[in-house]
Design a protein around this ligand. Sequence first.
Ligand SMILES: *Cc1c(COP(=O)(O)O)cnc(C)c1O
Length: 404
Amino acid sequence: MTRSTDLIHHTYLPPAEFEAPQVGIFKASTVIFPNVAAMRTREWLDKSSYTYGLHGTPTTFTLEERLASLEGGTHCLLTPSGLASIAHVDLALLQAGDEVLIPDNAYSPNKALAEGELARFGIRHQFYDPMNPDDLAARLNERTRLVWLEAAGSVSMEFPDLVALVRLCKTRGVLCGLDNTWGAGLAFNAFDLTPGQGDAPLGVDLTIHALTKYPSGGGDVLMGSIVTRNDALAKTLKLSHMRLGTGVGANDVELLLRSLPSLPLRYRAQDLAARALAQWCTQQKEFVQVLHPALPGSPGHAHWQRLCVTPQEPQGLAAGIFSVVVDARFSTPAVDAFCDALTLFKIGYSWGGPMSLVVPYQLSAVRQLATPQLQAGRVVRLCIGLEDVQDLQHDLAQALLQLR
Ligand SMILES: *Cc1c(COP(=O)(O)O)cnc(C)c1O
């Protein structure tokens, strides 16, 4: 054998027995079959074997199984981003003539996708008021095929009566999918929303999770997951996954596998810090409202309490993210100057990483329905990282001088 061939077909195989805290990282587009018969007969759909990198490797299967457990599901698929997971669900489950219902406070690109590509494909949509189950009930109709849910909502952080919304979908026989990024599988179990109540468990049909946020925890990976407990639904989603080709790279999966064990610790630490800062913000006269579901008086606080405060978690759990409504007498340039004056809080999207982030929002630009639960004023979202809480509080205090 020539050297060049030998470099590719070298016969040395390391001993199979190897164990370390981290699982091995397998990279492959091509998967090698021992013979043609194996190629013809191997199962493509489940995790019993390997066929092609896009369809799964030991590395992606491992992350999928861990995420399914985290969220209380049984099947998981990985996609290249949280938004790709939303798009994947829409494309796999909807067809022309169907309608999808989306909460008005959903992650905005979910709404933009409905207004763009879905509309172009003849898939209709309506935005509903997540804080009013009667509004969802009134909009459900014979075309409705999928209802998206989000708890808490994006930016304005309202916590809906998830149990009531899911029960409504079940009663009407409509699939419901939860964007579970905020809860991260820790704050509540989306697949068992009424634990220990004796009735048949009430849960969503599927979740999507922007792994980009907490599971990554580093601000350096884009990835999403789709989790379900429903075998038939899992198969539909998997078949679409094979046709759409939205797989993920092993290097990114490696980063996720590395940071997943510290997820509960990071979530808890960021929750504690965010609550302390949110509490402090309630005492600043420039802020007319602090939007954090664990704060009494914040929209949907009682719903958060009912779902997230349990005997095991007497303080409840919440993501380390909240918004403040700045008094309407402050102009957009003044609020922008407040954000610019922050030094530890960096200006940027995303959350769940080590660095605190700030984004000012023009809520009226992304909301179609009335928001009587929100005070008038400009909204600033704060995502709390892993810095010292006192340092972050000082940063907010010095930037507030810009407004005073
Ligand atoms: C960030 C985010 C997404 C999208 O995740 P990407 O990986 O950035 O595409 C979806 N939903 C929510 C609630 C998010 O915060």
